[in-house]
Design a protein around this ligand. Structure first.
Ligand code: FAD
Length: 321
């Protein structure tokens, strides 16, 4: 059953975020040979349209407006609803990102539609689109189908592989003029952290520290390993609560959910609330001096030892590659 699927693209610093390409790949599956329309919102973003086509979108619809230069739920919902009205899609996919988590329920409510959030896999069988999503802090997975109305879902970053870039692809790029009414909130200023580094929620490699790092300085060897592997630094709540790092690095039930290719847990005991944020990582390496630590139950590779000895050894070995 061919469907038209609308996918929301996300832009940061004039670059498309990887989740935009993953949303296209998800849209392709759901469309079953129909059409994938990427929606691109912002100011001076049209030049990014061709990349969306090269990554598998059949068409791109842009809405350009100064009021869309930064995300606001008001502005984005007006623009997205206008595109939905003009395109009348059978499916809609957003990333399960900070933006997607904020915007999708608002759009679903306006459309009087259901919403399947945080999907980690999609299969299509017998005309049904089956979404897999984690429940009970990732201790179990459920499969869901939409039985009526628009198939609207958000996808967890790093779970649905994007399509390879194909520079020979072509597709229609059009713009929709939408009158964005007065916004009830505006972004006055964005204060950036001094060092941006790799975005934790999209990182392919995460080096996470727990209370075992013992201090702010204890993160230094982890940062060196992250630099060599091109990874991002994460942390347990234990490390955040102890003041060793910022809460923005917290991974887990009440922190960020990450699914990198490689997760290296250093001095983290493996509490269930931490596992909720990282247990779906593709390869998990645990370094802990306690052989009984429960992190070893989810680890693919376990190293029993002192992280301050093991991490520098790993960094040196990876440097040689
Ligand atoms: P600890 O449990 O103290 O573990 C430290 C580990 O370091 C130990 O296993 C120790 O053997 C090891 N270690 C010590 N020194 C070394 C060394 N030199 N070398 C190697 N290993 C060493 N936690 C989260 O992480 N994320 C969440 O989102 C989260 N949400 C929560 C929500 C609720 C409602 C509650 C109640 C709790 C939540 N927690 C969360 C807290 C969670 O229960 C744990 O307390 C926390 O994860 C423990 O952090 P930790 O593993 O760093 O510390």
């Amino acid at each position: 059953m061919a469907r038209k699927v609308l996918v929301l693209s996300e832009v940061r610093d004039q670059e498309l975020r990887n989740v935009s390409f993953e949303a296209i790949a998800a849209g392709k599956k759901i469309s079953e040979g129909g059409e994938v329309v990427a929606v691109l919102l912002g100011e001076n973003v049209s030049s990014l349209s061709s990349e969306l086509i090269q990554r598998g979108a059949d068409r791109v619809v842009t809405v350009e407006d100064k009021k869309l230069s930064t995300y606001t739920p008001d502005g984005y919902s007006q623009a997205v609803l206008a595109v939905i009205k003009s395109e009348n899609p059978e499916g809609i996919i957003f990333g399960h990102t900070a933006l997607g988590k904020d915007l999708s329920p608002k759009i679903a409510a306006k459309l009087n539609s259901g919403l399947i959030s945080d999907a980690t896999a999609i299969e299509v069988s017998g005309g049904n689109v089956i979404f897999t999503r984690p429940i009970y802090s990732s201790k179990a997975f459920e499969k869901k189908i939409v039985t009526a109305g628009i198939i609207f879902a958000t996808i967890r970053p790093n779970n649905i592989p994007p399509l390879q870039k194909d520079e020979t692809r072509s597709g229609d790029i059009s713009s929709l003029s939408v009158e964005i009414k007065d916004l009830r909130t505006i972004v006055k200023e964005i204060v950036r952290k001094a060092s941006q580094g790799v975005d934790l929620s999209e990182a392919k490699v995460v080096i996470a520290g727990g209370r075992g790092v013992k201090s702010e300085e204890g993160f230094e060897p982890l940062k060196q390993l992250a630099n060599v592997l091109g990874g991002a630094i994460g942390a347990s709540r234990g490390a955040c609560d102890a003041g060793y790092c910022e809460y923005s690095l917290q991974i887990g039930q009440t922190g960020k959910v990450v699914t990198p290719d490689l997760y290296i847990a250093c001095g983290i005991s493996g509490a269930i609330q931490h596992l909720a944020g990282m247990s779906n990582s593709k390869v998990i390496v645990a370094i802990n001096k306690d052989p009984e630590a429960s992190i070893f139950n989810v680890a693919d590779y376990g190293i029993v030892g002192d992280l301050f000895e093991v991490v520098p050894l790993l960094t040196n070995e990876f440097k040689k590659l």
